[in-house]
Write a protein that binds this ligand. Structure first.
Ligand code: MOS
Length: 734
């Protein structure tokens, strides 16, 4: 095992010497053909012999107690195999950010809480029968209305402790310029396109679960714990995942229930959550109320900043939306107060969704910066420049790499940001009001422990194996590029195998840490292989030159296949965080620039163009990295304009739990998006030098849209999304 944790800045020599030239190229996804031809196996696909189908029953009310469950009508339906509702293996409060089954309690936490699973000969029968299961309940007090609940100002949940540096109140009282406004964001659903689905089967005491999941190593442990069996009896498969967006970071009730059902009926069982059930059995992002306070001198130099929020969680949940996470290192100012308060509600769990913290926190802070710039009569980019910190303003740590100023400069130039931004509501194009806006983008960078195995096969090809997932992000491709780069192989000569807990444990896909962590493990494994090849070449590793399947040293050139001599060369790599990860403040950065047109008659907003420049460390694949960012921009546009989960405060139901009513961005909403990278390899981040990309694009994106809408119309909406009803009244006369 070639293990290298990040105790100091480090760049593997083999990576610098590599000559293949494939890492970073914008190559097509290697698994693309399998996906578009339907060969790629998703969780609900593939039908093991004797398969049975399941549907999950949820509580019909959102608070109170379960008195009993009557399955007689459901059981009488022809084709029903079993109805399970009294299995006590699933402990309440199983540590997880997702709604979990709670069969061993009669307390109702939220509407649609899973209470029974129906197994039948086909899916239609299972769903029919589920509708016939009668859950008798006793009403209780309810807390469906987030706004009506008492606020816990010292919650004991969440991973981000409050920060209280200096005396913000005193600084606010004395400052030449002050700003104090409150912004709100609504519930967001993760909204992955592939259903949350599982196929489960037992062979003796061994359970295999093919599940749509982002982090299968963690899933294996959670499933084992819930079923009270050893983790080595559980194998989780997720070779292809059709989007996760945070909703598949944990284990959903469908996975545990499918496993139990398969054991009870002695057959493989598959289950997929229908879209409307997904809103209840998968966590959502909490609504947020964010108070932003800024104290500045007369030049706009920030002296103090507060980002204080209230978010919601149910009695079982332990996740607290880390709203100010992206604000922490964003701007200077010694007095800093960042905290997140809690209201407990009787709603499905809130959890990590698409850049927890930054995605919504930037609505507050980046709209506030736009408002402050106007208040001061300063260009919004100039205001941000004046407040670019030299070291992390909370911890005082040095930044590993930070090219924020270059993102502003390049972005402004490429976008054509004017020297003087036109006055709000002053630019017209026929019946459209046209405006521009910008915002900074920041996403914390993490390195997570990850292992990978690389095998140089007898035929000179390479195989990469780890339990990483590819959730549509390009993992297969970047791992092939990394191994190809290190071993001097074209990408077609590298076979990548993912999504199986029998492979070495990796970081999984979450928190934008997957690519950097997994590729680093592959680099380290390849370094070991290079060492072995050097021995066989009677050369030092530094003297090897590898290209297109040939290795040369000392005037001799040999095919890799000849050097392997029939027995594969196998190596393991492992990386993880270390002292350097703690010594430095690490983040990816960027700046978004947007032009919108708002219809002066209807209030409809169309984003006309959007451009961003991003500092992400090493770019592993220009095409998939660009896709990651454009996906984030599309989320940001949708968060600004349409995404809004609405709670019926009478029942605790979501009014719009499907794609017909919950409006994610579609093609027609998204204009040409332009993405540029500033590539400075970050040797403090991880061995491959890549910082997180996946959740960077959404950070600040929505705020840039909102700021452009303000510039177009002169209407400042602080309650997101900016739907036309909130604009109409304030629009200038046509
Ligand atoms: Mo993410 S919200 O860490 O998948």
């Amino acid at each position: 095992m070639n293990e290298h944790v990040m105790d100091a800045a480090f760049r593997p020599g083999g990576l610098d010497r590599a000559k293949q030239g494939v890492l970073g190229l914008g190559l097509d996804r290697i698994e693309g053909p399998a996906k578009v031809t339907g060969v790629a196996d998703y969780a609900y696909e593939g039908t093991p012999d004797g398969i049975a189908y399941a549907a999950i029953v949820g509580t019909p009310v959102g608070s109170g107690r379960i008195l009993g469950i009557d399955v007689s009508a459901a059981e009488a339906l022809p084709g029903v195999i079993a109805i399970i509702h009294d299995d006590a293996r699933m402990p309440a409060g199983e540590s997880n950010s997702r709604a979990m089954p709670l069969f061993d309690t009669d307390v109702i936490l939220h509407l649609g809480q899973p209470v029974a699973i129906v197994v039948a000969e086909d899916q239609a029968i299972a769903r029919d029968a589920a509708a016939l299961v009668l859950v008798r309940t006793e009403a209780g007090e309810d807390r469906f209305d987030v706004e009506a609940q008492p606020v816990d100002t010292a919650p004991e949940i969440g991973f981000l402790p409050p920060i209280n540096n200096g005396d913000l109140d005193a600084v606010m009282a004395d400052a030449a310029v002050t700003f104090d406004r409150t912004y709100t964001t609504p519930v967001h659903f993760p909204a992955a396109l592939e259903p949350h689905a599982t196929t489960a089967w037992w062979e003796g005491d061994k359970l295999t679960v093919r599940s749509s999941n982002q982090v299968i190593g963690g899933a294996r442990k959670t499933i084992a714990k819930a079923l009270k069996i050893d983790a080595d009896k559980v194998r989780v498969l997720a070779p292809y995942v059709g989007g996760g967006f945070g909703g598949k970071t944990g284990v959903g009730p469908e996975a545990i229930l499918a496993a139990i059902a398969a054991e009870v009926v002695g057959r493989p069982v598959k289950v997929a959550l229908p879209r409307r059930q997904t809103a209840y059995m998968v966590h959502h992002r909490s609504h947020t109320t964010q108070r932003i306070r800024i104290a500045a001198d007369e030049h706009g130099v920030i002296l103090g900043m507060g980002h204080e929020s209230v978010v919601a969680q149910n009695d079982d949940g332990e996740f607290l939306e880390p709203v100010p996470f992206g604000t922490l290192p964003l701007y200077r100012g010694d007095a800093r107060r960042f905290k997140t308060d809690l209201v407990r509600v009787d709603l499905p769990a809130s959890g990590a969704v698409r850049a927890p913290g930054e995605a919504v926190g930037t609505f507050g802070v980046e709209c506030a910066m736009d408002e402050l710039a106007e208040q001061l009569g300063i260009d919004p980019i100039e205001l941000r420049r004046r407040n670019e910190p030299e070291t992390d303003p909370v911890s005082g740590k040095p930044f590993s790499t930070r090219r924020m100023l270059d993102c502003y400069t390049q972005g402004a130039q490429r976008f054509g940001w004017p020297d003087t931004v036109p006055a709000p509501g002053s630019v017209r194009d026929g019946e459209w009001l046209v405006g521009i806006g910008m915002a900074a983008s920041l996403r914390g960078n993490f390195t997570v422990e990850a292992q990978a195995r690389v095998r140089l096969e007898a035929d000179g090809r390479a195989t990469v194996e780890c339990d990483m997932t590819d959730i549509g992000t390009g993992t297969y491709t970047i791992l092939a590029q990394t191994a190809g780069e290190m071993l001097g192989l074209p990408v077609a000569e590298v076979n990548v195998r993912l999504g199986d807990t029998d492979f070495p444990p990796s970081a999984g896909s979450g928190g934008s840490f997957g690519a950097g962590s997994a590729c680093s493990a592959v680099v380290l494994a390849c370094e070991d292989i290079l060492g072995e090849l050097a021995l066989r070449m009677n050369a030092a590793p530094e003297d090897l030159s590898l290209h297109d399947g040939c290795v040369s040293a000392g005037g001799r050139s040999v095919k890799l296949a000849d050097l392997v001599r029939g027995e594969p060369i196998v190596a393991m790599g492992k990386t993880g965080p270390g002292a350097e990860s703690k010594r430095t403040s690490q983040a990816s950065h960027g700046a978004h620039f947007v032009e919108v047109a708002v219809n002066a008659v209807t209030g409809e907003t169309r984003v006309r163009r959007m451009l961003g420049v991003f500092d992400v460390g090493r770019v592993l694949n220009r095409k998939t990295a660009t896709s990651q960012i454009t996906g984030g921009m599309a989320w940001g546009i949708a968060y600004a304009l349409s995404e809004e989960g609405i709670v019926d405060t009478r029942t605790g139901a979501f009014v719009n739990p499907d794609f017909g009513e919950y409006h994610v961005a579609v093609n027609a909403d998204i204009p040409q998006l332009e993405v540029h990278f500033i590539e400075e390899i970050d040797d403090s981040a991880n061995p491959v030098g890549a910082k997180g990309v996946g959740e960077l694009g959404i950070s600040g994106a929505g705020a840039a849209v909102a700021n452009a809408i303000y510039n177009a119309t002169g209407v400042r909406v602080r309650d997101f999304p900016v739907t036309l009803d909130k604009l109409l009244e304030g629009l200038p006369a046509v």
